[in-house]
Design a protein around this ligand. Structure first.
Ligand SMILES: *Cc1c(COP(=O)(O)O)cnc(C)c1O
Length: 374
């Protein structure tokens, strides 16, 4: 089966991890800050905090802005469940805003009508790696005094109006799961330009513990716990893999874009599907996913088409089941009202294989299978 996504690991990656295994520190060593510094530099941001996965990164971001019970945040329903779940852990309530059918990203025109006195943050998701309109979201956030936490788990390597994703929002969250644009096994990070956020996040991910500003008389063993925290640390093995992978990130994104363009070209005159929008000067996607939409008349048969593709060895997938459609959310009273685009979109989509090591032969096989089966 040709998978929809997979990691690309070379000898340098393996050597970097082995080197850590032979060293003194498997965690809390030097590789962590090296990875954080390289990631921040790559994104053009001041600080990065490495954490154990993208979900932990989201939780850390929600914690650092002080999101709490009684608060609301605005987000997209077309995402992985982690985006909104992480806000629930802080006691806050997600408010889903419908998507734009052209991109699958949150419909910026509908954000303001969903803002209430309880809203504390806008949490846009860069669906498939394509940046949302960050300028317009920033404008709305400033007008209503809200934080912007960007779920860019799919968008590492993307750029918006010439700036790398990770340098723009108050907090930007990445994931390094093996299907994402670089991997550390499990892993994630939060990027910010705020030194206060940075320090507080570093404390939060290690039990709220600090050694800063302590009286020497307390003894060299002494540490203080100043906030309630968790253990979301990423290991040195993972960070070494991250340092090595980051060197190839640009080539990974380039390769993904090449594959996406090749798909678009192959499907150009094939009338049954809608292909994703390609990059422009302002919007450069990280091309985490290649999602096609079946047109009306064909989309009714999505299940059948999907099954036949899998049977023929094409590991297609569907991203994502809109979050409000899950039972946990339904039981809390979330409904389809106002989220019709997200549901229509969901009912018509299929994700095709897209990863840097996808061979031309395999891609041709995917293209032929799509055309034959549909
Ligand atoms: C992958 C992903 C996450 C979760 O990341 P993990 O590292 O798997 O915890 C969250 N949000 C989005 C949009 C994702 O794609």
């Amino acid at each position: 089966m040709i998978p929809y996504g997979r990691q690309s690991i070379n000898q340098d990656d393996i050597d970097s991890v082995v080197e850590v295994l032979r060293s003194d520190y498997l965690t809390q060593g030097k590789k962590v800050s090296e990875f954080e510094e390289n990631l921040a530099r790559y994104c053009g941001s001041k600080y990065a905090v490495a954490v154990s996965n993208g979900t932990a990164a989201l939780h850390t971001a929600f914690n650092v802005i002080g999101l709490k019970e009684g608060d609301e945040f605005i987000t997209s329903p077309l995402t992985f469940v982690a985006t909104s779940n992480a806000g629930f852990w802080q006691g806050a309530k997600p408010v889903f805003v419908d998507i734009d059918l052209d991109t699958g990203n949150i419909d910026v025109d509908k954000i303001e009508e969903n803002i209430t006195s309880k809203t504390k943050a806008i949490v846009p998701v860069d669906y498939t790696g394509r940046p949302v309109d960050l300028d317009r979201i920033r404008e709305i956030a400033n007008k209503h005094n809200l934080s912007v936490i960007e779920d860019a788990c799919q968008a590492l390597g993307a750029a918006y109006k010439g700036s790398k994703i990770g340098s723009i929002s108050d907090l930007t969250v990445f994931s390094f799961h093996p299907v994402k644009n670089i991997t550390t096994g499990e892993g994630g990070a939060i990027l910010t330009n705020s030194v206060e956020y940075y320090k507080k996040m570093k404390r939060f991910i290690t039990h709220g513990i600090t050694k800063e500003g302590l009286d020497e008389k307390l003894g060299p063993w002494y540490f203080d716990m100043v906030d309630l925290g968790v253990n979301y640390r990423l290991t040195d093995m993972s960070c070494a893999l991250g340092v090595s992978q980051l060197k190839r990130l640009d080539s990974f994104v380039e390769k993904r874009f090449e594959i996406a363009k090749r798909y678009n070209k192959a499907f150009k005159d094939f009338g049954n599907i809608i292909t994703p929008k390609l990059d422009t000067d302002d919007i450069q996607s990280a091309w985490h996913l290649y999602v096609i939409r079946l047109k009306k008349g064909v989309s009714e048969k999505r299940l059948e088409i999907f099954k036949k593709l899998r049977e023929s060895g094409v590991g297609v997938h569907v991203h994502h089941i809109p979050v409000h459609m899950h039972n946990y959310y339904k039981n809390l009273g979330y409904s389809s009202v106002g989220l019709e685009n997200a549901e229509d979109f969901y009912n018509s989509i299929i994700s095709l294989p897209l990863y840097p090591d996808l061979s031309l032969e395999d891609q041709d096989f995917v293209i032929d299978s799509i055309k034959n089966i549909i």
